[in-house]
Ligand binder design. Structure first.
Ligand code: PMP
Length: 304
């Protein structure tokens, strides 16, 4: 395969028929988003946020892009901004992984940390404040920007449908941070499978199932507020997964199946296995594995 530049490699990731056994002969398929050039599902979003901003006139040649992020969206935004030679500032709560922050800087972005205790809300406020102090800055704001669900509806859902080649699909299981992946993919798949059971995954410490907010080790998913994208696409189920259950699957996927995935993928698999037990025998479940464990090695992901 000959490619002209790295940015062309975004998307068209493999869908793995997971050899993991389920209690009732259900089959789990996992979209391996670590194969994007920036290493995660959020490369798709980064490119879309920048290109839509340019199209809509919010970004011109001298615009500084400022985005609050847990990391992967930052890498995606930095990659896309590099293509268009735009300066980038990423506002990241300091707890997020060293590797992700290093990769953002390697791509040319300036990384500004906010206190972990202030959560993603603190990073959002800081990004808005920085933009207000500058003359030509734009905050794409993944948490509210319609490009977020739209890009997954436009790219991820059709890829899954093409890969499954008319196979009956019974359920979607996807984690939520901003909620964009879930909302867009659910909308795209439901248009073809109206009875699809859509399930969102969160860690303990996230609020979707009514739990009290607290810190968790599972990285990239978990919400402090109901994602605005859920107003139009309501999840049929919410699965709340403990850190322990998520990391157990991360370890098993490496040890038995040769797959290096991050903790949000582990949570997605744990939720898919729980859901399989509630579905008729032989159901087909598709889930998303957003990134690789390699960007969490400094957090001792295999020792947790
Ligand atoms: N997993 C990981 C590792 C992520 O970085 C993200 C994005 N924060 C997600 C899952 C969740 O994606 P979304 O923001 O689309 O809900």
């Amino acid at each position: 395969m000959l490619v002209k530049n790295v940015y062309e490699l975004i998307g068209h990731t493999p869908l793995l028929k997971l050899p993991v056994p389920t209690p009732n002969n259900s089959q789990i398929y996992a979209k391996l988003e670590m194969f994007n050039p920036g290493g995660s599902i959020k490369d798709r979003l980064g490119m879309s946020l920048i290109e839509n901003g340019i199209k809509q006139g919010q970004i011109n040649m001298g615009t500084t892009i400022i985005e609050p992020t847990a990391g992967n969206t930052g890498i995606g935004v930095a990659l896309a901004a590099q293509k268009y030679k735009l300066p980038v500032i990423l506002v990241v709560p300091e707890k997020f992984s060293f590797e992700k922050q290093t990769l953002m800087a390697a791509l040319g972005a300036k990384v500004i940390n906010t206190p972990s205790i202030d959560g993603i809300k603190g990073a959002i406020a800081k990004a808005k404040q920085l933009a207000a102090e500058m003359t030509n800055a734009f905050v794409p704001l993944q948490f509210e920007n319609q490009s977020n669900p739209d890009v997954y509806e436009r790219t991820l859902a059709p890829e899954i449908l093409a890969d499954l080649d008319n196979l009956q699909l019974d359920a979607l299981v996807a984690g939520a941070g901003s909620g964009g992946t879930f909302a867009g993919t659910a909308k795209g798949l439901k248009a073809v499978y109206p009875d699809l059971l859509t399930t969102v995954v969160e860690p303990e410490g996230s609020i979707l199932n009514g739990g009290t907010p607290h810190a968790h080790l599972t990285e990239g998913i978990g919400v402090e507020f109901i994602p605005p994208f859920f107003k139009t696409v309501k999840p049929d189920r919410v699965k709340t997964i403990s850190d322990e259950a998520a990391f157990k699957q991360v370890h098993a996927l490496a040890k038995y199946y040769g797959l290096f995935v991050g903790s949000s993928s582990g949570a997605a698999l744990a939720a898919s296995l729980e859901l399989a037990q509630e579905l008729p025998d032989g159901s087909n479940i598709v889930t998303i594995f957003p990134d690789s464990s390699e960007r969490y090695l400094s957090e001792n992901i295999y020792q947790k």
